[in-house]
Design a protein around this ligand. Structure first.
Ligand SMILES: NC(=O)c1ccc[n+]([C@@H]2O[C@H](COP(=O)([O-])OP(=O)(O)OC[C@H]3O[C@@H](n4cnc5c(N)ncnc54)[C@H](OP(=O)(O)O)[C@@H]3O)[C@@H](O)[C@H]2O)c1
Length: 353
């Protein structure tokens, strides 16, 4: 049995779901992978808890249930200690980052990821902010960077994984990087934001925009700042990651033309339906000559399009390729557990490396 020491940064919807599935999958991980996971440090906005012998996931969940900081944990709490300090000083194998997206400066997730990678620690991100702002830098500190005479074999570098950043547990990155290896991806169409998909489908059924958004927040699926969802920036972040990691086009958020759903009305949605179309918030990457044009915008699709057939709680991606056909994947997610499951699969990917 190999034990992996984890630092868990962020104990909200996703971080708590990760702790829950650590417990529910413990015997499966041991039996099928010979892997045991031990959380040696956890941190929220109030501070940290640290125990080299392993924190009890159930005790952390109980504290968060009572809306307390993990810093209140008897004997091992450290009020005011932040994730960057943990990344700098705690001995661990893998750092998991699930703090809120910050598109102003990426913090605290960006410095946390940088610090961990520089120490040789593997990093698993659910927070896509650091990638949207600094993909090239983080890839260069990790095994996601290209091989070169200077840096040698990328396999010798710490792993950076982020499958939870691009549509919950939808295997967007794995399909694009691994399963379509050798093919030229000519076009990517995707619906990668569950909150807006839920809102648009609910509005079609007569629910108001405000009620539909409130329901997505209640389920823990909306961003901490939901304007990132409805104004299209969450989708744009994800498309930026796909462009960098799958299409290998050096890309920043500024390269994506972004329109959100806030100007759409129920009448617009119903008029589209009457024409035989459904409006989705579409992430689109299309090759134009030597470049790739990137956009996020509400887009009417014919009702038989795989992304138009999706329900309120589904996300999906369609890759159009030259030699591997047209590959479609969808996921149905009603809570943040599948996102935590994507972090777990990244941990196992690192363990099996
Ligand atoms: N929710 C989803 O379905 C989903 C899906 C895919 C990806 N994600 C990504 O996963 C990340 C977390 O999402 P979430 O829904 O779990 O968010 P959340 O419920 O708002 O939780 C955020 C967590 O981060 C902590 N935090 C905030 N600022 C901090 C700081 N400066 N230092 C340390 N901890 C800090 C919060 O502390 P407190 O507990 O003290 O408030 C909380 O525990 C986000 O980046 C999001 O984009 C979420």
């Amino acid at each position: 049995m190999r034990t992996y020491r984890l630092i868990l940064s962020g104990l909200g919807n996703v971080g708590r779901s990760f702790l829950t599935i650590m417990q529910s999958q413990e015997s499966l991980l041991a039996e099928q992978y010979g892997v045991a996971l031990r959380v040696v440090a956890a941190v929220d906005s109030g501070g940290a808890a640290i125990d080299a012998l392993g924190l009890d996931p159930g005790a952390i969940l109980a504290l968060k249930q009572e809306r307390q900081s993990v810093a209140a944990m008897p004997g091992c709490g450290q009020a005011g200690m932040g994730p960057v300090e943990l990344a700098a000083h705690i001995e661990a194998d893998i750092l998991l980052e699930a703090t809120p997206v910050n598109l102003v400066n990426g913090q605290p997730g960006l410095d946390t990821a940088r610090t961990a990678l520089r120490r040789g620690m593997h990093v698993v991100l659910a927070n896509k902010g650091p990638l949207a702002l600094a993909y090239a830098e983080l890839a260069g500190l990790s095994d996601m960077g290209a091989a070169s005479a200077d840096r040698g074999n990328p396999r010798d570098w710490p792993a950076l994984r982020f499958s939870a950043c691009v549509g919950g547990s939808l295997p967007t990155i794995a399909i694009g990087r691994r399963d379509l290896a050798g093919a030229r991806i000519q076009r990517v169409e995707a619906v990668l934001n569950g909150t807006t998909q839920g809102i648009l489908r609910a509005m079609e059924q007569g629910t108001s925009y405000a009620d539909a958004l409130a329901e997505m927040q209640r389920r823990g699926l909306a961003e901490t700042d939901p304007s990132l969802d409805v104004e299209g920036w969450d989708s744009a972040n994800k498309l930026t990651i796909v462009a960098n990691a799958v299409l290998r086009r050096p890309t920043t958020l500024a390269d994506v033309a972004v329109t959100g759903i806030t100007a759409l009305t129920a009448d617009d949605l119903r008029a589209a339906m009457a024409r035989g179309e459904r409006i989705v918030l579409l992430c689109l990457a299309e090759r134009l000559g030597d470049d790739i044009r990137l956009s996020v915008r509400p887009t009417p699709l014919p009702l038989d399009h795989p992304l138009a057939r999706m329900r309120a709680d589904e996300m999906g991606v369609v890759y159009f390729t030259d030699i591997s056909g047209i590959q479609t994947a969808t996921t149905r997610e009603t809570d943040p557990v599948p996102t935590a499951a994507a972090m777990l699969r990244d941990v196992l990917d690192i363990a099996m490396r």
